[in-house]
Design a protein around this ligand. Structure first.
Ligand code: ADP
Length: 669
């Protein structure tokens, strides 16, 4: 019986495993690196042990140290999660040798599936359909190319040891082959220390459909239906769903049985996933088998009503599977969206930073959030930049998709660049709504996903309402001197006694500038009312903001819409996609060489947030000197040249009028 479980992992999966273990009354041990001393998984576990410095090779990949901790603390099972040591046969063996159960398949099964080419050999013998291609031992470039030529282009080169999309190259013609092979081999060698390659026919519009299998030590095996994981960037999944849209009972059975055949061919035990490519004609091809619990297992849990970690523990305890194939029921539809710290506008490159704001949506039987971080945590360079998995479920796909959109609108993150809006744009797009899923979904619908079509007139009005309400709110927040009672004279923005004030507001909407005449038509008692002159149209605007909901009144029409803000950018979540709004004003950070100290003028009313350097200490050009805030948006002022700050004229917390001189700066000769 497993009574004490060590989780050889971190982040959301460590938290996920701890949750089930706790429900089962099993005590838990976390391991952590120096970067994770205060991490959520550490605080959730009953005990936690430091295993090394931040880089994973010095901590989460240190099999010996983890085993030593397990022995010292009297642990009798280790859950490896996914990634790190989860598919490391030597680690599974070492656990068994130490008398500690490894929650996963035996070392032989991990080894058999560890190489994509060896796995294909085994599947070929078991009669499981394969993606056509070459997975032989002769690795001479000539042989590889000959196979590609015979197969016809495009082909896909894949590292046999690959994972995470590394060591993979599409080759579209004979001429590109050698160059692509060199590049794929280099990448594979750098990532896996092994550059054995497979050549596969590149299917141009397949879907990625995978089967969740489970086997016990009594010879029983079941499949818990399928997941469609076609929405991918850089060949890696970002939205998964179950069941796969359009799946028939007959095809499900055929794929499920093929997957079980694959698992049984290697005497598999525990949770595993058999990945297939599915073509338009309903033909499917084995790609690889992952011998662990997958990131996207929650969608299977939602449609099956089963807890897969509980199943893993039961199987590791030597019990038979909790259900037979006939007892398993598929109910409803689930999506999982992976929230990553990454920048979709820069090829989805990982981002880092502090999660200044992290507010997940309300969880319920319909909405689940699996995460390993809380507000204030750091997304570091050391680990996978996934912040959370948002999982939604409902009785059918359309209803579940509505839930997904609503939950994404209710997710608020600031401080780190994320793919949140991109996920929203995918979920809101027509092809996704119509379940036109292919692995090239993002490339195919690039323009629609990166700049979704919005109702410009309406969004512009809502954006103006949001900006004006925020500006107004900031104005009203507090007087410059707390001892002085609020009065019109302490309001830092446009307000004039005795006459109606008119000004121009420039904003950018999805990067297009719009200038609008705004008449402040409110009174001291009711300040938030404006008349907008947009071209020939006149619109009366008022409203208020409650947390992340804007309530706008535009003439005789009212609308509420979710918004969020990070730094100086606002986002409005419209029905067709996320729309970016910026209040266009002089850029405080953009000072050129010609700047003199008289240029250190606050270009707008705002608050001094922080001074970042000590007067008298030399600074180099570009060093941030102070941070100002306006409309809850921060702006830094940087040194225009090497030099020294002589004096700051404001301190943190001071309100600053537009045009006021902020500091005196002396340039180096
Ligand atoms: P990794 O193990 O590196 O994640 P996989 O073999 O699982 O790589 O493939 C990742 C993704 O690459 C698949 O989900 C699919 O979108 C794409 N892919 C893999 N093989 C092919 C192929 N032969 N044709 C078209 N796309 C493929």
């Amino acid at each position: 019986m497993i009574t004490k479980l060590l989780i050889a992992n971190r982040g959301e999966i460590a938290c996920r495993v701890i949750r089930t273990a706790r429900q089962l009354g099993i005590s838990t041990v976390a391991v952590y690196s120096d970067a994770d001393v205060n991490a959520l998984h550490v605080s959730m576990a009953d005990e936690a042990v430091r295993i090394g410095p931040a880089p994973s090779k010095d901590s989460y990949l240190q099999a010996d140290r983890i085993l030593q901790a397990a022995k010292q603390l009297g642990v009798n099972a280790i859950h490896p999660g996914y990634g790190f040591l989860s598919e490391n046969a030597a680690f599974a063996e070492a656990c068994e040798d130490a008398g500690i159960r490894f929650i996963g398949p035996g070392a032989a099964a991990i080894r058999a599936m560890g190489s994509k080419s060896a796995a294909k050999h085994i599947m070929e013998q078991a009669g499981v359909p394969l993606v056509p291609g070459y997975h032989g031992d002769d690795q001479s470039p000539k042989t590889l190319k000959q196979h590609a030529d015979n197969m016809g282009y495009p082909v896909l080169l894949k590292a046999a040891a690959g994972g995470g999309g590394k060591g993979m190259r599409q080759v579209w013609s004979e001429q590109e082959f050698s160059h692509a092979l060199d590049a794929a081999k280099r990448e594979a060698m750098a990532s896996f220390g092994d550059d054995i390659m497979l050549v596969e026919k590149y299917l141009t519009a397949p879907r990625h459909v995978e089967i969740q299998v489970f086997c016990d030590t009594h010879g029983n095996g079941v499949y818990l239906f399928e997941r469609d994981c076609s929405v991918q960037r850089r060949h890696q999944k970002i939205i998964e769903e179950a069941p796969a849209p359009g799946m028939t009972d007959a095809l499900r059975k055929q794929m499920g049985e093929a997957a079980l055949k694959a698992a049984q061919a290697i005497d598999y035990v525990g949770a595993g996933t058999v990945e297939f490519l599915l073509d338009e004609d309903g033909r499917f091809y084995f790609m690889e088998m992952n011998t662990r619990l997958q990131v996207e297992h929650p969608v299977t849990e939602k449609i099956s009503g089963e807890d897969l970690v509980d199943w893993q523990i039961q199987v590791a305890n030597g019990l038979p599977l909790p259900k037979t194939q006939d007892e398993l029921r598929l109910t409803g539809h689930a999506f999982e969206a992976r929230l990553y710290a990454e920048d979709p506008d820069h090829d989805f490159l990982p981002a880092t930073g502090t999660l200044r704001l992290l507010q997940p949506p309300q969880t319920s039987t319909h909405v689940r959030v699996d995460t390993g971080v809380i507000q204030g945590d750091e997304v570091s360079v050391y680990y996978d930049p996934m912040i959370a998995k948002l999982i939604v479920w409902d009785t059918d796909r359309d209803r579940a998709l509505q839930r997904l959109l609503a939950a994404l609108r209710d997710y608020h993150v600031a401080g780190v660049t994320t793919n949140l809006e991109f996920l929203y744009n995918v979920a809101a797009s027509r092809p996704f709504q119509q379940a036109e899923l292919v692995t090239t979904f993002i490339e195919k619908h690039h323009d629609m996903l990166f700049s979704p079509a919005i109702d410009e007139d309406q969004t512009q009005r809502l954006a103006l309402a949001a900006l004006l309400i925020l500006l107004n709110r900031q104005q009203a927040r507090q007087p410059a001197n707390p001892e002085v009672p609020p009065s019109p004279w302490s309001l830092p923005l446009a307000w004039r006694a005795n006459y109606v004030h008119k000004e121009q507001l420039t904003l950018s909407l999805q990067d297009t500038l719009h200038t609008v005449d705004v008449l402040h038509s409110g009174s001291t008692e009711q300040p938030g009312q404006w008349t907008l002159h947009i071209g020939d149209n006149v619109v009366q605007v008022s409203g208020h903001i409650e947390a992340h909901t804007l309530h706008a009144r535009l003439d005789d029409y009212q609308q509420r819409i979710n918004w969020s803000q990070d730094s100086h950018r606002l986002t409005l979540f419209t029905a067709t996609g996320a729309c970016h709004v910026e209040h266009h004003q002089p850029d405080l950070g953009d000072m050129d060489d010609a700047a003199t100290d008289s240029d250190f003028a606050a270009p707008m009313n705002g608050t001094m947030v922080d001074v970042l350097v000590t007067p008298g200490t030399p600074v180099t050009k570009g060093t941030p000197l102070l941070v100002m805030e306006a409309m809850k948006m921060e702006h830094s002022i940087v040194a225009p040249a090497d030099g020294t700050v002589v004096e700051f004229f404001f301190q943190p917390g001071d309100l600053v009028d537009g045009g006021a001189r902020l500091l005196e700066f002396s340039r180096d000769e």
